[in-house]
Each structure stands twice: as structure tokens, then as C-alpha cells.
Design a protein around this ligand. Structure first.
Ligand code: F6P
Length: 257
């Protein structure tokens, strides 16, 4: 029974990999919606994947969220041994709780691996004028350049409306998301089920094009409730994406593809 279960997961990994047209799919048994420890295992798988792809020198762009926070917890000195690693937040502030913000997660990852990190403080919803003046700041523009030259991107994927709520999105943008039927969100981009970008938060940082330029993208998201979000994002995902998920999300996603 156990063997059959495991075989089932490997088959599902291969089938999803083929259907999504990405580099690799890894599935953790269970569903992180119901079983919190599964999210820790997603984090562990992310840490393991990072260890595999690190070069001598690395710039790693990281997004926020509870899944990435778990990945940070699972990182160790062993991963960073003999390597130079600089963690940078993929985007400016995205309205998460402090501990789940990309800046805090980068600091944690650096601490755990013995690497370094840079912070980027730009709120989500600033006026065009304020944003332009922030961009003149040499410290900020330096971090933005680092983000663009990242060789690795680690990111989460979330349900669009849940994320918009978490970010205290204003009524006008919320209406737009509902009207455009946004279902998925990743690094500030909102996607409909066809995978079209229907909205983008106006903060600076990583753009989809940068993600395609990076050597490796590692997307980590699990839980049955995220299946539609994952489906919507995967249409834009770069082919170099390694997708780490759980059985709950994978089975639901497979049904929809
Ligand atoms: O806000 C950062 C972010 O990575 C989003 O882009 C993503 O949708 C979300 O967090 C995922 O959060 P969680 O891992 O908590 O579901």
C-alpha cells in the first residue's frame, strides 16, 4: 500500500511536469491546508532544492508569505558552506505581517545560511511621484539592480482574493480583480484562469521578465485551496521553474488540467 502510494506521487509529479511544461515538479505527501507540518516539509524541499542549485556566488531574490517563511526556517549553514549568497527581497513591501515580509525572510535566510542580505522598503500603494523620488535613492536603485541580476528566484503563489485582502487592497483595485476574475497571485502580479495578467501592484522590484532571465526559479505553494491559483500562474511560469507542492494541491490541479 505504501509503495503504491509513493509510486502514485511520482507518477503525478511526472504527469504534472509534462502538462505544465516546466523543469520539475516535486510533490510532498499530504495537504498543507489541513496539516501544518506539510508546509514545513514544503519549506524543507525548497531548502533542499536551493542547496542543489547554488553556485559559488549567488544572488537570490525571495518573495514573502508563510510558505517562504517556512523555507527560511528550514535553511542551514550546511547549505551555504563555501558559497557566497546574497538574499534580496523580490519586491518592495507587499502588505504582509512583518515576519512574513520578504525583507524579514531574506534576513532570516541570510542568518540561517551564513549569507548576507539587503533590504528594500517601498510600500505597495505609493503615488507615482513618491515612487519616482524613491527610485532616485542610490541605495534603492542598487538593490533593484541586484534583484534584476538574481540567478535564483524563490517565490510563493497565492489565491488572488485572499492575497488582495491580506494586502488591504483599495476598493477600486479589489473591484477590478473581481471583475477580471483574478484567481492567482505571485510577486505582485494577479492572473486570471487563462494565465493573463489582470493587475499588478505598483511596487518596484522583480518583473516577470526578470524571472525568465534568472537561471532558476523555485515556486513553492501547496494546499488544495491553491489549485486554481497555481493553475493560473503556471501559464506564465518560465520553463526553468521547479515547482514544489503538496499532494492536496497537485491532485486538484491535475483534475483541472
Ligand atoms: O506576499 C508575498 C507572497 O509571496 C505572494 O506573492 C504570494 O501570493 C503569497 O505571498 C503566498 O503566501 P503564503 O505562502 O502565505 O500562502
Amino acid at each position: 500500500e505504501l509503495v503504491r502510494g509513493i509510486t502514485g506521487i511520482h507518477e503525478l509529479e511526472e504527469q504534472l511536469n509534462r502538462l505544465l511544461g516546466i523543469a520539475e515538479v516535486k510533490i510532498i505527501p499530504g495537504d498543507s491546508d489541513d496539516t501544518p507540518v506539510v508546509k514545513e516539509e514544503l519549506g524543507q524541499a525548497c531548502a533542499d532544492q536551493l542547496k542543489k542549485i547554488l553556485k559559488a556566488q549567488n544572488i537570490i531574490a525571495v518573495t514573502g508569505g508563510t510558505t517562504m517563511a517556512c523555507a527560511a526556517e528550514m535553511m542551514t549553514r550546511e547549505i551555504g558552506k563555501g558559497k557566497q549568497i546574497l538574499f534580496v527581497p523580490a519586491r518592495g513591501g507587499v502588505g504582509d505581517d512583518v515576519k512574513n515580509q520578504a525583507n524579514s525572510i531574506c534576513a532570516k535566510m541570510a542568518e540561517q545560511t551564513g549569507g548576507s542580505h539587503r533590504a528594500l522598503y517601498i510600500p505597495d500603494q505609493v503615488s507615482e511621484k513618491v515612487r519616482e523620488s524613491l527610485l532616485q535613492d542610490p541605495n534603492i536603485s542598487e538593490v533593484l539592480n541586484l534583484i534584476q541580476s538574481a540567478n535564483i528566484v524563490l517565490h510563493g503563489i497565492g489565491d488572488a482574493i485572499k492575497m488582495a485582502t491580506r494586502r488591504n487592497t483599495n476598493d477600486a483595485d479589489m473591484d477590478k480583480l473581481l471583475k477580471e476574475q483574478a484567481v492567482g497571485e505571485a510577486f505582485g502580479y494577479y492572473f486570471n484562469i487563462e494565465g493573463e495578467v489582470v493587475h499588478k501592484v505598483s511596487t518596484v522590484g522583480l518583473q516577470l521578465a526578470d524571472l525568465h532571465r534568472a537561471r532558476h526559479a523555485v515556486a513553492v505553494a501547496g494546499g488544495k485551496s491553491k489549485a486554481k491559483a497555481i493553475q493560473s500562474y503556471m501559464k506564465s511560469a518560465p520553463p526553468n521553474t521547479v515547482f514544489i507542492t503538496d499532494e492536496g494541491a497537485a491532485k486538484e490541479l491535475f483534475k483541472a488540467l
